[in-house]
Ligand binder design. Structure first.
Ligand code: QAP
Ligand code: CO
Length: 168
């Protein structure tokens, strides 16, 4: 197992659109395990491959309190079941230290493949529904800060750029 480096906003690599996963092999399984280790260590509730600079359509999530319900979604697709929007305070391991309210549909159907390539469907609500949409956005090169005003987004970008300069 290995901890992976997480890209931070405004790194342009976070804007890459990920490619579908076509090969379900040991290397993919190893990547999934490393992504879980990285997410749990952070700690976070969701991580997309894009965030660790792997541009494949793969996300890992665990929204459970006990941190014992790992979920893998490969080539995920979302269908909105209820158009009503609800608000959640979202954060992101690629935007450390910032949380902002975002509106999204709260009831979706997700179809994806597991690490063996088997298809499955689920109909999550609430935090899990929000988290899946947040992570799929990463696979399309999108970040939660894109839903904020340009003023807020610019403020967050400048603060993170300053931190990155101090760290370098
Ligand atoms: C996405 O985000 C999410 O700022 C997953 O300093 C989050 O795991 C979807 C984290 C909330 C819906 C609601 C953020 C850790 C973790 C930070 C995360 C930080 C340390 C974020
Ligand atoms: Co994120």
């Amino acid at each position: 197992m290995a901890l992976l480096n997480i890209l931070e906003f405004p790194d342009p690599r976070l804007r890459t659109v990920a490619e579908p996963v076509t090969v379900f092999d040991g290397a993919l399984s190893q990547l999934i395990d490393d992504m879980f280790e990285t997410m749990y260590e952070a700690p976070g509730i969701g991580l997309a491959a894009t965030q660790v600079d792997v541009h494949k359509r793969l996300i890992v999530i665990d929204v459970s309190e006990a941190r014992d319900e790992p979920l893998v979604f490969i080539n995920p697709q979302v269908e909105v079941l209820d158009e009503a929007l609800d608000e959640y305070d979202e954060g992101c391991l690629s935007v450390p230290g910032f949380y902002e309210t975002v509106q999204r549909p709260q009831h979706v159907r997700v179809t994806a493949q597991d690490r063996n390539g088997e298809s499955f469907t689920m109909e999550p609500q609430g935090l899990l529904a929000v988290c899946i949409q947040h992570e799929i956005d990463h696979l399309d090169g999108k970040l939660f800060v894109d839903y904020l005003s340009s003023l807020k987004r610019t403020r967050i970008r400048k603060k993170l750029e300053k931190q990155h300069r101090l760290r370098a």
